[in-house]
Write a protein that binds this ligand. Structure first.
Ligand code: SAM
Length: 254
C-alpha cells in the first residue's frame, strides 16, 4: 500500500465507523464460539494494529504479520504484548508451525496486488489452523464497485461471495457464514465510481482515501445506528446479498 495510507489508516483505526462496524460483525460471528484457554490468534496482514487490539478480548496470545514496516511499527505501539513480525503472507507457512492457530483473521488483504495467488495463501492458512480452527475473512465485494479507492489501496480485484466461498471450500474449509455488509454504501459507492469518470485521477503516491474522511462522532453514531438494522438482519439470516464488503466465517473440520 502507499506509505501515506498507513498513517491515514492508523489515525482512524479505532474511530472510523466502518472499522467499528466490521468489528461488531466479527464479534457477532464469534459470539457463541468457545476458544480453548491460551488460544493462539493470528491477524495476517494486520496493518496498523486496531484489529489485533480488538482480538485481545478472545485471547492474550496474539500474533500479527504484515509486509509493511510502517504498519508494523504502528501495530506494535498499539499492541505491546503481541508478537508482530514483518513477513509476506505468500510465504506465511515459513513463519509458523502447521496447526498452531485457533483463529486466523485476514481483513482486506487477499485483494492486494502483493498477494500472488489467493488459493495458495488460503491453503497455507488452512494448514496453520488447528482442527476445528476458524478463519474470518473480509474482502472488497463486487467488481462493479472498483474505483479510485481500490487503486490507492493497491487492490488487484474485488470478489463475489460465490468466488471466495468456492476458493475456501477448495482448500478444505467449511463455510459457516458468508455475507456482504455495508449495504447502505453500495449505491453511494456506485455513484462515486461514476463521478470519478469525470474527475482527475488521484496521485497514488500522495493521495489519501477521501471516503475515509467521511467520519466524526456524529457521522459515526448515525452510520452505526443505520447499520444496526443491517446487523440484525445478518444475525438472523446469516447472509445479505448486497454490500461493499464480504465477510466470511470458515472452519477447518475437526
Ligand atoms: C487494506 S490494508 C488492511 C489492514 C488491516 N487488515 C485492516 O483491515 O484494517 C492491507 C494490509 O495488508 C498488508 N499486505 C498486503 N500484502 C501483503 C503481503 N503479501 N504480506 C503481508 N501483508 C500484506 C498491507 O501492508 C496492509 O497493511
Amino acid at each position: 500500500m502507499y506509505e501515506q495510507l498507513y498513517h491515514q489508516f492508523s489515525g482512524i483505526d479505532d474511530t472510523h465507523w466502518w472499522n467499528i462496524y466490521r468489528r461488531e460483525l466479527v464479534g457477532d460471528l464469534l459470539k457463541n464460539t468457545s476458544f480453548p484457554e491460551k488460544s493462539k490468534i493470528l491477524d495476517a496482514g494486520c496493518g496498523t494494529g486496531g484489529n489485533l487490539r480488538f482480538l485481545a478480548r478472545y485471547s492474550s496470545e496474539l500474533y500479527g504479520l504484515d509486509l509493511s514496516e510502517t504498519a508494523i511499527s504502528f501495530a506494535r505501539q498499539k499492541n505491546p504484548g503481541a508478537s508482530i513480525i514483518s513477513g509476506d503472507i505468500n510465504n506465511i507457512n515459513n513463519f509458523y508451525r502447521p496447526g498452531f492457530f485457533n483463529l486466523i483473521t485476514i481483513f482486506n488483504v487477499l485483494y492486494h496486488v502483493w498477494v500472488k495467488n489467493d488459493y495458495d495463501v488460503l491453503k497455507k492458512i488452512f494448514d496453520l489452523l488447528s482442527p476445528g480452527g476458524i478463519l474470518i475473512l473480509s474482502e472488497p465485494a463486487f467488481r462493479l464497485l472498483w474505483r479510485n479507492h481500490d487503486l490507492l489501496d493497491m487492490g488487484k480485484t474485488r470478489y463475489s461471495r460465490r468466488e471466495l466461498s468456492g476458493l475456501l471450500e477448495q482448500c478444505g474449509f467449511k463455510i459457516e457464514c458468508a455475507t456482504c455488509f455495508n449495504s447502505l454504501s453500495f449505491f453511494p459507492a456506485l455513484a462515486l465510481k461514476i463521478a470519478e469518470i469525470f474527475l482527475p485521477a488521484p496521485d497514488p503516491e500522495k493521495s489519501q482515501i477521501k471516503e475515509l474522511e467521511i467520519n466524526g462522532a456524529l457521522i459515526s453514531a448515525a452510520a452505526l445506528y443505520l447499520l444496526s438494522f443491517e446487523r440484525k438482519i445478518i444475525k438472523k439470516f446469516r447472509s445479505i446479498p448486497i454490500g461493499t464488503t464480504l465477510l466470511i466465517k470458515a472452519r477447518k473440520p475437526a
